[in-house]
Design a protein around this ligand. Structure first.
Ligand code: NAI
Length: 390
């Protein structure tokens, strides 16, 4: 299969590696020669590291590298069966590139976008044949993260959807099909992990380290919300939250937090700037994030924090199912494979019991009287009918 990748930055170069490893012939295109050179040399470094670790041998390295051509002319993508775009997140620029690309490729070439926040319908509208357009959303770093969200637009044909699912599965990725709605699955369902943690901090209930400790120790999350926000970058994470909030017509459930905005404004971006919710040394290791130990945290406070964030996550996942954003299976595999949650949120709901979920949400609602804490009708219905998700 011939694959064209547009944009050789963080995501494009990672996707090129995935496709080339799966045996595809890849043309990796960028307008910026320096970005192409960087992609080539970083792939070499990555593959050398894989040899050191004994994961691949020299001939596998040459095979992968031999499958990728670095090109600076969009016309070179003309023989593609599939193209995936990973350029700047700006609708007008993407539309321009897509309509030019369509003049070069054959009629049955799939034209996909790796966009995180734009609607696939709006990107597809730039094409003469919008039914060939689809969202194929990888996670960073693309070679390591198992999940790929596949997002058909309202224009997308069933044939293109099935071909895309088959191709991405052949690339040894786990596919979750999502409706073309803001944040797709992961960037929607994960919002309370950050938002509720920030709210708990803003109310003065606990500091960053205590909240992180609670989520890691009681929930089994690999990173706490504040560690993760520092890792992602407070500027990037804030922007995603703000764009999801706007895209949902200002639904209070997705409201961004002043705390994070101020951190982003101050340049306290996290790991990459050396300072965020924690301080980092030059190698990017946190200096003070482990200051909380089990003896330092009151158990009931930790439980309150963990239960509150967890039930908000469960509520979000249940509501996504209620609104047919994805199947229960895909919702759970998205969160475990895309952001390494220790358990799928709907499976977690089954474990906790619907009654617990509904009363935890109602307790929050009764305390705050904010729409943010409304219980998903699906949780209520399942509780009434004594049902489980799986
Ligand atoms: P990046 O900034 O690392 O790379 C973008 C590349 O596109 C640059 O090399 C740039 O020279 C090139 N480019 C810009 N305009 C172009 C044009 N008109 N034609 C050809 N090349 C052009 O960006 P990154 O992080 O790789 O993101 C790319 C896309 O992937 C965005 O749509 C983003 O929303 C999405 N995405 C990003 C994730 C991330 O964690 N960085 C995760 C998932 C999706």
């Amino acid at each position: 299969m011939n694959v064209g990748i547009i944009g050789s930055g963080t995501m494009g170069s990672g996707i090129a590696q995935v496709a080339a490893t799966a045996g595809c012939k890849v043309n990796l295109y960028d307008t910026n020669q320096a970005a192409l050179d960087k992609a080539k040399s970083s792939l070499n470094k990555i593959l050398l590291r894989l040899i050191e670790k004994g994961r691949i041998d020299e001939s596998e390295k040459s095979r992968i590298q031999g499958n990728i051509s670095y090109v600076n002319n969009l016309k070179e993508l003309s023989d593609s069966d599939l193209t995936i775009e990973a350029i700047v997140e700006e609708l007008d620029i993407k539309k321009k590139v897509f309509s030019e690309l369509e003049t070069y490729v054959s009629n049955d070439c799939i034209i996909a976008s790796n966009t995180s926040s734009l609607s696939i319908a709006s990107i597809a509208s730039s094409l003469q044949k919008p039914e060939r357009c689809i969202g194929i959303h990888f996670f960073n770093p693309a070679p390591l993260m198992k999940l790929v969200e596949v997002i058909p637009a309202i224009q997308t044909s069933q044939e293109i959807l099935h071909k895309s699912i088959d191709t991405i599965s052949d690339w040894k990725k786990v596919v979750a099909v999502a409706k073309d709605t803001p944040g797709f699955i992961v960037n929607r369902v994960a919002r309370p992990f950050y938002g509720e943690a920030l709210r708990i901090y803003e109310e003065g209930l606990a500091d960053f380290a205590t909240i992180d400790w609670s989520m890691k120790t009681l929930g089994g999350f690999k990173m706490g919300p504040f560690e993760l926000m520092d890792f992602i970058g407070n500027d990037v994470n804030y922007t995603v939250t703000e764009s999801v909030f706007k895209a949902f017509y200002y639904d209070p459930r997705y409201k961004p937090a002043f705390t994070q905005m101020r951190f982003a404004e101050a340049g306290y971006l996290g790991r990459k700037s050396g300072k965020g919710y924690y301080d980092y040394d030059e190698s990017g290791k946190p200096i003070n994030s482990n200051s909380v130990t089990s003896s330092g945290v009151e158990k009931s406070l930790s439980e309150t924090i963990f239960n509150r964030v967890l039930v908000m996550l469960i509520n979000e996942a249940a509501d996504a199912l209620h609104l047919n954003i994805a199947s229960a299976e895909d919702l759970d595999s998205a969160m475990t494979k895309g952001v390494n949650y220790p358990k799928g949120l709907l499976a977690w709901a089954d474990e906790k019991g619907m009654e617990w979920c509904v009363s935890a949400m109602d307790e929050l609602y009764n305390e705050y009287h904010e729409d943010r804490y409304r219980c998903s009708p699906l949780l209520r219905k399942m509780n009434k009918e004594n049902k489980t998700f799986f």
